[in-house]
Write a protein that binds this ligand. Sequence first.
Ligand code: S3P
Length: 440
Amino acid sequence: MTKPNLRVHPTQTLHGDLLPPGDKSISHRAVLFSALAKGTSRIRRALISGDCERSLAAVKALGCQVRIGDGIVAITSPGRFELQAPDQAIDCGRSGTTIRLLCGLLAARPFASRLVADPQLARRPMARVVNPLKRMGPSQIRCATAGGAPVELVGGPLKAIRYRMPVASAQVKSALLIAALDAHGVTEIIEPGPARDHTELMLEHMGALVERIRLTTGHCVRILGPVGALSPVELTVPGDPSSAAFWVVAATITSGSDVWLRDVCINPTRDGALKVLERMGADIERHNPRVEHGEAIADLRVRSAPLRGLRIGGEEIVTMIDELPVLAVAACVAQGPTVVTDAAELRVKETDRIESTANALRAIGAQIVSTADGWQIEGGQFLGGFASSAGDHRIAMALAVAGLVGKRATCVKDFSCASDSYPGFVSHLRALGARAHWES
Ligand code: S3P
């Protein structure tokens, strides 16, 4: 099957008013956590994308009923103590959030499960979840010898652990917190940086007590288990800041643009890209700020502005980890150099994003050099041409944004992976006034 390419033409200005898709992290959690609560959960504006469909299929395989209609995903679960053994392997596709959170969800379930993955996901580290979960004492949990998927587990009674995470990872933290619901004692997780806290917020919304303490050496989350019955999820998923970031950068770097992005999640563990862009000179207004189910939300208005390069690194990197490829695009057209450090986690994303971003942007004329934990970027101009997404949704969309300000058109090879997180990306691109068409 040929994978379609997307040709993006240089565009003068972008104008429009968009509702970015529902947040991917919150959608995964809403779907997977629905399986924990007896009764019917209702999720409005859930992201239905390649990745999130894996979580929906997983809860079905565990005996939940899923109905989708009128913009609502309704999931009826027998509750976490009555979930069924899956009758075949659960295929997590390319979805890291699905496979890692499922490990935590299944660790106390008294049956055998096997979690399989596409080659892209099978290369990513699973030992970071499997090893701490093993200490909680399920009957069996193991990943492939290379440390990736498949993961095989047989759940069983769990005990609480104290675990200091070597890297700030919301997926690891979440897997352990879900397992902690059924573990006896206080599970304490210490993270080196403020990884996204949607799991903590959603479990609280479902009635669990989640204690959070800011330490001088990191951030600590505690759950006293076992936790009793949880309430079903009732939630409207806010817009995904990682998807909105493409338009924030696009509107900033094209001239004369004025774009509204409605209902965007601006949870402080997710708004690092906005803060960095503001430090670079971006003009981003936050309107109508509000908090729903613990999640901070706002409408964003973004207008064109000249950017200057800067240094990005340290603890805040985790709050913009998925936006770094499109931040690199912004840095490529900023005035002066940008240095990104402390982002080695990019090497274990859907692709090695340090290399795939640098290769993709260099192919269309950028001056970007990869380092062990980031990039050195010289501001300049994109020339356009041909570049590959390397099968990574965020690289595909970052390239499309770069294509808006190229000297000539940019052809993004293998663009279809964008639907892993943002199935409507091309229609939104066109709705803002850009010219883009598919090529095979
Ligand atoms: C996610 C956490 C991050 C992020 C990923 C989604 C989540 O990964 O990069 O896209 O939903 O918890 P890590 O937990 O590996 O840092």
